[in-house]
Design a protein around this ligand. Structure first.
Ligand code: NAD
Length: 432
């Protein structure tokens, strides 16, 4: 099948490359000339394990094409996927500017019959709006059906997730569109859920909101664990063995971040409000999440007696989670700003996110290329992302590099008892 993707971000580029690898002819539309020129050479605009190889292989095989021109991509395609960003507006709603722009451009480029599918996360009702926009812009004779196939991939494991998702949600308004999309997704190994577009749109928000709720619940229990002298990890192990509950996503730490959970929780609160429902549960989820960074800063400040002037803190991990260079709403941003405000000097290391971090973090942050270089002469280490390489650090060497062996483990990756035996003053989240 010939298909098109609008947007070459984490969702657009990964999905496009996977569908090309499955034998389809795939067009990808971007809006930045430099990025499209780089992509034509196989250079992805962000880090995702295995992606550059996948893009290169399919470029060479003549199955993957990049363009700035909607017409070039849309005209030969049977299915057009909208994969543009839907960030938050200042009041927490989903900003649909990119989606509306894409819908207008697709409408103008329409020839024959197309299925226009939204992969971007959009509020229920948006696909109907997209339909109206395309209808207004399309030339006479062209026809289309809209559909919603929300994306569930996770950055860091995006290629595997695209091949083997837990589910493929296909929300449609016509049998013809549904058949075409079921056919296209046949090689994808996941449970297919067929529904109307509003249901598909809401499944995506409900999933991200519940995952965020699990994280905030674990974090609330971590706060209580510290107050009552419990170990949150063991508490959650005890909770998670119950098959009705499970342990996954009960991650105490410095809070969730990234390009999806924070904005999707805010958007679902806003969607509910528009429909006259106060989603107080999600307001609490969002509030608890904001608390976690502040708690972490407070632990550091309290340890050093209320002031961080002259203190050098080595920060290990900047991206919002491991195996990605994505810094969007990363907890590290607020924590580093808070530590700087209290007078600390920050020396930061991350395996891949430093170039993106430099665009966001204050210019006073120092960056190094090695975790051991970061801790040299530092007064404490703060672990903010659970990169696997931090789990395997030579702790004895790490301790020797530090001025004082103090460890603030924002992701609970170390065993508190072992760290204390090694001479560290150790602070985890929800356990001492
Ligand atoms: P992104 O910011 O990485 O990429 C968005 C892309 O859209 C960029 O390449 C941008 O240039 C392009 N774009 C924007 N407007 C355009 C236009 N009018 N024409 C052509 N290109 C345009 O975003 P992302 O992380 O890939 O997310 C895209 C959508 O998928 C969002 O709605 C997000 O919530 C959702 N989503 C993201 C993830 C994830 O892990 N990143 C997972 C599931 C769903």
């Amino acid at each position: 099948m010939t298909i098109a993707f609008i947007g070459h971000g984490y969702v657009g580029l990964v999905t496009a490359a996977v569908f090309a690898d499955l034998g389809n002819t795939v067009w990808v539309v971007g809006r930045t000339k430099e990025k499209i020129e780089q992509l034509k050479k196989g250079i992805a605009p962000f880090y995702e394990p295995g992606l550059s190889e996948l893009v290169l292989r399919n470029l060479k095989a003549g199955r993957l094409f990049f363009t700035l021109d909607y017409e070039e991509a849309v005209a030969p395609s049977e299915v057009v996927f909208i994969c543009v960003g839907t960030p938050s507006t200042s009041n927490g709603e989903a900003d649909l500017t990119n989606v509306i722009d894409a819908a207008q451009s697709i409408g103008k480029s329409l020839v024959g019959y197309k299925v226009v599918v939204t992969k971007s996360t959009v509020p229920p009702g948006t696909n109907r709006r997209i339909s109206d926009i395309i209808l207004k812009n399309k030339p006479d004779g062209a026809s289309f059906a809209i559909a919603s196939v929300p994306e569930f991939l996770r950055e860091g494991t995006a290629i595997r997730d695209t091949h083997h998702p837990d589910r493929v949600v296909i929300g449609t308004t016509s049998d013809r569109a549904q058949q075409l999309l079921v056919e296209l997704h046949k090689p994808i190994d996941g449970k297919t859920i067929l529904c109307n577009v509003e249901t598909a749109e809401l499944i995506k928000y409900a999933s991200n909101a519940l995952l965020s709720t699990k994280i905030s619940f674990a974090n609330a229990i971590s706060i209580l664990s510290e107050k009552v002298g419990a170990d949150v990890e063991i508490v959650l192990d005890g909770v998670g063995v119950d098959k009705r509950l499970g342990r996954s996503f009960l991650y105490p730490g410095v809070g969730y971040g990234g390009s999806c959970f924070p904005k999707d929780v805010r958007a679902l609160i806003a969607i509910a409000k528009t429909h006259g429902y106060d989603f107080s549960l999600l307001r609490a989820v969002d509030e608890i999440n904001k608390t976690m960074g502040k708690q972490f800063i407070q632990k550091v400040v309290t340890h050093f007696g209320g002031n961080l002037k002259g203190k050098r803190i080595a920060v290990l991990g900047l991206s919002f989670k491991p195996d990605t260079d994505d810094m969007r709403e990363a907890p590290s941003i607020g924590i580093i700003q808070g530590l700087l405000e209290k007078g600390a000097t920050i020396v930061a290391f991350d395996p891949v996110a430093i170039p993106n971090a430099k665009k966001i973090l204050p210019s006073t942050v120092l960056y190094v290329n090695d975790p051991h270089e970061a801790v040299r002469d530092a007064d404490a280490v703060a672990i903010l992302t659970e990169w696997n390489e931090f789990r395997q650090l030579d702790i004895i060497r790490l301790a020797k590099g530090l001025r004082t062996p103090v460890l603030f483990d924002g992701r609970n990756i170390y065993d508190p008892h072992k760290m204390k035996q090694l001479g560290f003053t150790y602070y985890g989240v929800g356990r001492m």
